[in-house]
Write a protein that binds this ligand. Sequence first.
Ligand code: SAH
Length: 400
Amino acid sequence: MLKHLVFKIKSTGPITVAEYMREVLTNPVKGYYMHHDMLGERGDFVTSPEISQIFGELIGIWYVSEWMATGKPKTLQLVELGPGRGSLTDDILRVFNQLGSLLNKCDISIHLVEVSPKLSEIQALTLTGGKIQPELDVTSPVYMKGISKAGIPIFWYRELQDVPQGTSFYLAHEFFDALPIHKFQRTEKGWREMLIDIDPEAPDQLRFVLAPSTTPATEHFIQSKEVRDHVEVCPDAGILIQRLACRIQEDGGAALIADYGHNGNKTDTFRSFRSHELHDALIAPGTADLTADVDFSYLRTMTQGRVATLGPLKQHEFLKNMGIDVRLQVLLQNSSDKAMHKHLLQGYDMLMNPKKMGDRFHFFALLPHQRLAHSDQKVNLRHSKSLSATVAGFGELVWK
Ligand code: SAH
C-alpha cells in the first residue's frame, strides 16, 4: 500500500486525506477492509454488537417498534450498511423470529451493503451457515445471495443505490466513521486543505502538508458560518444521507445511525487503530484502521429537511430507553452459568459506562415527517423533544 501511495503521489502530487482514506481502506487489492477480519479481541477494534447480544436485540426491537408505528407495512426490507461480521443482523433476526406472531404476515428481506469480499464471506457464514449462491448474472447489482437460518432471503450489494427501493429500514453501525474525510485548516491567507505528501527527508515515509493555495474542496465544503480553525468534512457521508433521506421520504421506513461523533464542534478527530491501540495514521498504511468522528450536525443539514431527524443521543440513554436493564435481568435469570453471568455483566458495563462506550457512541435517526406529525395530532405535543419521546430509544419504549 505504501509503495502504491508513494507512486501515486510521485505521479500526480500530494493527495487529499479523503483520497488517502479511500485507498487505504477500500482499495480492491490491498485495502484494509478487503481481505482480513479486523473485528474482535484478536483484531484492531471491537464494536458493540461483538461485545453483547443485548445490543443487537434492542436494535431489533427498535425496528419492530418503528415498523408497527408506521402502520405495519406488508413488506420490510432491512438494509445494513457495513455489516462487519454480520452479528448485528443475526441478533436482529433472532428478535424477528421470536416476535414471529407479530411479523408473520410481513414479507421480510435482508439487504447488506458491503465492499469487503472477506467480511461478506464471514457475514454469509454467520447469517446463512454458508448456504449462499454467487450471483452469476453479471448485469445484476447483487453479488451474492443466500437464505437465513429462519428462511429469510439475504442479498449483498456494493452500494446503497443498488438496493431496490421500497419500504426500508436502514442501519449503519460504525459505518459512517470509515468514510473518507477532507481536512481543512484556517490560515492567515484563508482556508487551506491538508494534504498527504512524501517526506523529503525520508522517501518511504508520508507527512501532512498544507496546500499552498485553495483547492476545489476548500471552495465547496466549508460553510460560510464556520467558526472552527480546523474542520473535517465527509462529503461521501453527505451524499449517502441525502440518498437515505430521499428514499425514506418517498417510500417510508426509517434509518438508525450509531457511531462516535459530535454535533459540529470537534476539530481534529482523524486517527488510526491497530491492535486496540492508537497508531500513527501515516505509518504502514493498510495495516491499521483509519477513522474520523461523525459530524451529526452536517448529516442533519444534508437531509435538507426531507425527513425528520432525532438525536444524536448518547448510547447509554438510548439503550436505557430501549429497556437494556430489563433484558439483562431476564438473561441473567435464564442462565445459571457463572461465566455467562460475568460475560453479560462485563458487556453491559462496556456498552453503558459513560467512561467506556456509553457516552462516546451516539444514536441518530431519520424518520418520515408523517411519523412525528401523526403523534403530534394524537397527543397534541408541540416541542420536538416531546415528539422524540414517542419514538422508542429517543423516549422510553412503550409496547402497545
Ligand atoms: N457494523 C459492523 C462493522 C463496522 S466496521 C460492526 O459494528 O461490528 C465497517 C464496516 O463497513 C465493514 O464491514 C467494512 O467492510 C464496511 N465498509 C467500509 N467502507 C465501506 C464502503 N465504502 N462501502 C461499503 N462498506 C464499507
